[in-house]
Ligand binder design. Sequence first.
Ligand SMILES: *[C@@H]1O[C@H](CO)[C@@H](O)[C@H](O)[C@H]1NC(C)=O
Length: 343
Amino acid sequence: MFLASFFLLIVTSAAKVPAIIVFGDSSVDAGNNNQISTVLKSNFRPYGRDFYGGKPTGRFSNGRIPPDFISEGFGLRPFVPAYLDPMYHISDFATGVCFASAGTGYDNSTSNVLNVLPVWREVEYYKDYQIKLKAYVGEEKAKYIISEALYLISMGTNDFLENYYTLPDRQSQYTVDQYQVFLLGIAEQFIKEIYGLGARKMSLTGLPPMGCLPLERTTNFVNGNGDGCMDGYNIVALQFNAKLSALVHKLNKELPGIRVVLSNPYNVFMQIIKKPSSFGFDAAAVACCSTGMFEMGYLCDQLNPFTCSDANKYVFWDSFHPTERTNKIISGYLLKTTLRQFL
Ligand SMILES: *[C@@H]1O[C@H](CO)[C@@H](O)[C@H](O)[C@H]1NC(C)=O
């Protein structure tokens, strides 16, 4: 009796999540953009200088990003490889794969801005992955991996910052509230689509306090509103997260067998930004790379003499993306809270 239940415990805990499958933008892209023709890349130094082997992979950070920490937290590999990275094959992707593309969003017109993968293309690659997985592990095992994997979905910031607030089109069509509803409709369709393809365990990521990204603070400063956070953008993030939460509730009721959670980084991220010193950081308003005020991608280059020497002292790596250490703190928090039920 004791032995039997002990055995059962081992079997169930070992069987919980066989793979991490990732969709989204630069918050979770492990290097897919390296393989497409866009200017939005980060596969050069100083990106990746604190990654394994100091290797710039195309992750928008000095080191690992949240899916890497989450995968490790689930007892899987300590990183999730990009589907388009020629270094990796289906044998690697069987326990984790990333379809994300930096610069994308829920809205097709967001991915057009920098010519990156729209979310429907990410799903096309996912379908392609399913075929390869079936060929590699067999139909039955593939079905098991697909339905028991944890799906991490993280995007939306670019829809507002790169698209709605930067270009005229969407602003002339929608109020910001209507635009949120439009994006939510796409998020719902997206989840229903991957559910239809077999996905069951999902984590939908909320927006960060996007008005506090160093780039937005710099814009605020240039516009003469001080150098604080853009409160308006933070309010939109909070509104959007509330709507995501309602969507999660609705989908859990509507779709049999689905388990979707909202992984909301907003509050913990805001605590870090407001009191960086209590988390061991020196700076939250400017990033490590270059001047820290506006650089990312090709502007964050190795020759810039201003780049900080210890990224662990900074909340942000470049003007738009957190450092590895911030990613680790936020992922650790999500693992202990919303993602815990899947562990
Ligand atoms: C985005 O584009 C794809 C491909 O053209 C299309 O199938 C899809 O319906 C579009 N999504 C939205 C929300 O317009």
